[in-house]
Unconditional design. Structure first.
Length: 551
């Protein structure tokens, strides 16, 4: 359900592996302020009461919490579907979600500078505002809230996550969703979100060609366009990709590198993936296809919304894309014509034919949730958080309510047929009626949910299962670069330089021009401070390995 991506895609490391996933090692922050009297007039909690989870102790007193979600696409409401009703019934908490209407970064910065943060905040772990809020003493320590109001937190929180996210001052200021540690991959059936997808009917009609080589890939793209110039009266787009942003385009950089098994490190130092010969060879292939007219201009301009509309129409032939980002559109295609869906197949490979190295989530997870010091009822916020990260909360948000959305048959969790049909046909209607299947994903634990979540049905299963053999843990290479440091300034400038350079490389008119642009990039990158970024990246990589027990 990770529909979600302002950008996981924004986790690209430019000039190295500019991937980005937190170790938060550089976080600094202040402890919780002196306890203030609460609007609720809470009395001192006895030790006996503290043995009862806060969500149960306070459930008879209704409150509403404002929860900011830093993604403009998040539109799920509260109070109509059965999951949100159940949460409110059991905790006494109702939620008023707040999302940005336009630019997420501008909205969040405004909330911070005006000291008007809502009660809870959920943003990407890599966002610099996380450190800003912590260092400016704008959010509570979850440990202090737990000690004061809800020691149940220590029963339900993942101890590895607590250790990973604990700041140098010994406090814990945020909690992630979708966290995964290296040992989790031993449990099996953990997939990556990164796939190479083709439109099934067109791919099969042109003979299911081998697209792992530059020659085979190019020929398949040409044949698809020649034999299927239009789809339902609209022009076929030969190659699709995630949207470009100020860090590049994840399809044409990070994803492509992972498919080519470009290493993250060499000789103990962070490796420059962006000038790797295998990667450059494939970028030149895309450039040549662009020169022939097979790179649509929309690739460089379309927003996620525009891409989703085109995917729903089945207009792309192939794309390096996050499979969960098109899950809703895939279901619509399947309902219209099962043969028109997208399937995962072997895509670009390096010249040695090495297996792909496709990352799963890391210990950092995807987003983090923080509790603001503006929070009217911090005791209710920590109680709600503990409820949601518990097994009880995870079952409710992932599979719903027994007897309503699922039954237990011979020890297996089985979705009711009518519920499954709506889920597979109309995600919006499903969220309105039921609100399970991680519609409220902000504190989801995908690993815990493996114990009961039924396997996906088509048309989503094939895309996920295809990734299983190639899924690897790469969290040791996740970086968090402080925005206001010398390294952070250099890092941001290099990101912007790469974003501009990638477009120029793809639309260059000749291979000679391509080589000149790449050489110019390397020179400018060095002048911007690439060396200090590599040193910091290497330092964090080595520290991450130590903390994760990876050699």
């Amino acid at each position: 359900m990770m529909k979600k991506v302002k950008r996981l895609n924004k986790i690209i490391l430019v000039g190295l592996s500019f991937l980005s996933t937190v170790s938060l090692l550089s976080f600094t922050g202040c402890g919780v302020a002196d306890n203030k009297s609460r609007d609720m007039g809470q009395q001192e909690i006895s030790k006996e009461d503290m043995s009862i989870p806060a969500w149960q102790r306070y459930s008879d007193t209704p409150v509403t919490l404002d929860w900011y979600i830093n993604y403009s696409w998040f539109v799920t409401g509260w109070g109509e579907n059965i999951v949100s009703k159940k949460i409110t019934e059991e905790t006494g908490v109702s939620i008023n979600f707040i999302t940005p209407m336009g630019n997420e970064e501008e909205k969040l910065n405004t909330l911070i500078t005006s000291n008007s943060l809502p009660d809870l905040i959920t943003i990407g772990w890599w966002e610099p505002q996380v450190n800003n809020m912590i260092s400016n003493d704008m959010v509570y320590s979850l440990k202090e809230l737990a000690d004061e109001y809800d020691i149940y937190f220590y029963d339900v929180a993942n101890k590895t996550v607590i250790d990973w996210y604990t700041s140098p001052d010994g406090e814990l200021y945020c909690y992630p969703c979708s966290s995964c540690v290296p040992q989790d991959l031993e449990k099996g059936n953990i997939g990556s979100n990164q796939t190479f997808l083709v439109r099934k009917d067109i791919y099969e009609a042109i003979g299911s060609p081998d697209m792992t080589t530059t020659e085979g890939f190019s020929e398949a793209v040409r044949r698809a366009k020649e034999e299927f110039p239009t789809v339902d009266g609209k022009e076929l787009i030969p190659i699709g990709a995630h949207s470009f942003d100020d860090m590049g385009c994840t399809s044409f950089d990070k994803y492509l590198m992972n498919f080519l098994a470009v290493p993250y490190e060499k000789d103990g130092e962070y490796y420059d993936r962006y000038t790797d010969p295998e990667y450059i060879r494939w970028l030149k292939t895309f450039r040549a296809l662009g020169e022939e007219g097979y790179l649509d201009n929309g690739i460089f301009m379309d927003t996620r919304t525009q891409m989703s509309e085109k995917i729903e129409e089945g207009r792309y032939f192939c794309m390096l894309y996050q499979r969960t980002d098109l899950a809703d559109q895939q279901k619509i295609l399947y309902s219209k014509s099962p043969e028109s869906i997208y399937i995962a197949v072997d895509g670009p490979k390096n010249s040695r034919g090495d297996d792909y190295v496709l990352p799963t989530n890391s210990t950092n997870g995807w987003t983090v949730t923080l509790i603001s010091k503006n929070c009217k009822y911090p005791e209710r916020a920590i109680g709600l958080m503990d409820y949601l990260i518990s097994e009880h909360g995870q079952k409710l948000t992932s599979i719903g309510i027994e007897g309503v959305t699922y039954d237990i048959v011979d020890g297996e969790y089985v979705l009711k047929e009518e519920v499954k049909n709506i889920l597979n046909r109309d995600r919006g209607e499903y969220d309105r009626l039921y609100g399970a299947d991680n519609a409220y994903w902000m504190l989801q634990d995908n690993i815990m949910q493996l114990e009961w979540m039924p396997p996906k049905d088509e048309p989503l299963r094939q895309m996920e299962e295809w990734t299983y053999p190639y899924t690897k843990y790469t969290g040791q290479y996740d970086l968090y670069i402080k925005e206001n440091s010398a390294v952070g300034v250099a890092y941001a400038k290099i990101n912007r330089l790469w974003s501009e350079t990638l477009k120029r490389l793809l639309i260059s008119e000749s291979e000679e021009e391509f080589d000149g642009i790449l050489e110019e990039f390397a020179e400018k990158r060095n002048a911007l401070g690439y060396d200090i970024v590599v040193r910091e990246a290497t330092r964090q990589m080595q520290e991450n390995k130590r903390r994760l027990g990876i050699k």
